[in-house]
Design a protein around this ligand. Structure first.
Ligand code: TLP
Length: 345
């Protein structure tokens, strides 16, 4: 049976070029700083984001955790979105592991945190309060339909951070999706951030790994934090080799994923019983709602699954579909035809 798996872009498998690069990778002990493939990937990532240095880590979750541990000490506070992945989906790791206190602000539908609310959340110097250290943003924003945060917004948050002597970390799991969606250079989009983590293993299709980018001093701290969470990976150049291919060959094609997401969203918007806000669709993530009450989201997802069109139920009557390297325009046609058949029945 044909399977069109739209549950996540984390499902991407290595490209043939990646498999070859992995088989041929030159490796060494990365804890000694001697893996030439990791060293090359780290230099490439830093260069692409316009930062001094970078660090290869096992996952997006680890990238965010080591970044927060590097920026903040115990009892210090971060300001972040109530819908951010770091707050929602990472087990509260920065609090659990680092004693870092989260202060949430409601995300707007476009993924932003309102500027006055950021400013209002910054703590005064008072013996009762934790010290605010860091603002955490997410770009693109997963739970906000993959919406990209633009350069102007980044500059406005940068102004606030400078005025209050705070740092900015960007969870850029899909940072290159944001840059491609906005048509801006990744280093310009990263300019206001003190650190950016981005995933190689989502839309860029590498099997494993994320990068953390920032100043040399920050990356030295993040490297220590990576070691204490067990992330010193020795000859991981076999994995990093795929990351080099990801950065070299897989960035520009993200525009194809975005076009497929838009096509899917437009098709779903025409179907009675489904509701979708097309103005929200800017990258590769599509959320839509089931408005019929004779069917649950779980039932709809099961019916789709039976026909090989796989999507993710995400609660509150919502379903998520994410386009990626293995999804073609024909796959979108197929998914829409399956969906139409179910909704007409
Ligand atoms: N997101 C996954 C799930 O965890 C929800 C997905 O399928 O979208 N930041 C953002 C914005 C993410 O979307 C994710 C993963 C992460 C961080 C964590 O990355 P990993 O899974 O590599 O730890």
């Amino acid at each position: 049976m044909k399977v069109v798996d739209l549950r996540s872009d984390t499902l991407t498998r290595p490209t043939p070029a990646m498999s070859q690069a992995m088989a041929e990778a030159e490796v060494g002990d990365d804890v000694f700083g001697e893996d030439p493939t990791i060293n090359k990937l780290e230099a490439m990532a830093a260069e692409r984001l316009g930062k001094e240095a970078a660090l290869y880590v096992a996952s997006g979750t680890m990238g965010n955790l080591v970044s927060l541990l590097a920026h903040c000490g115990r009892g210090e506070e971060i300001i972040l979105g109530s819908l951010s992945h770091t707050f929602f989906f990472e087990q509260g790791g920065s609090a659990a592991v680092g004693g870092i206190h989260p202060r949430t602000i409601p995300n707007q539908p476009d993924g932003t945190l309102p500027l006055p609310e950021i400013e209002a959340a910054i703590r005064a110097d008072n013996v009762h309060f934790p010290r605010t250290r860091l603002i955490v943003l997410e770009n693109t924003h997963n739970l906000c339909s993959g919406y990209p945060l633009g350069i102007e917004y980044m500059q406005a948050v940068g102004d606030i951070a400078r005025r209050h002597n705070l740092k900015i970390h960007v969870d850029g799991a899909r940072f290159f999706n944001a840059a491609v969606a906005l048509g801006v250079a990744p280093d310009q989009l990263a300019a206001e951030a003190d650190s950016v983590s981005f995933c190689l293993s989502k839309g860029l299709a590498a099997p494993v790994g994320s990068m953390v980018c920032g100043s040399r001093e920050f990356i030295a701290q993040a490297r220590r934090a990576r070691k204490v969470v067990g992330g010193g990976m020795r000859q991981a150049g076999v994995l990093a080799a795929a990351g080099i291919v990801a950065l070299t060959e897989m960035v520009d094609r993200l525009a194809v994923d975005h076009a497929n997401a838009r096509k899917l969203a437009q098709g779903l918007a025409d179907m009675p019983g489904l509701s979708i806000d097309l103005s929200q669709i800017k990258s590769n993530i599509v959320y839509f709602e089931l408005t019929r009450d004779d069917m649950t989201v779980e039932q709809l997802v099961k019916k789709l699954d039976d026909e090989g069109a796989r999507m993710l139920p995400v609660g509150a009557g919502r379903i998520r579909a994410v386009t990626h390297y293995h999804i073609t325009s024909e796959d979108i046609d197929y998914t829409l035809s399956v969906c139409a058949k179910i909704m007409e029945a």
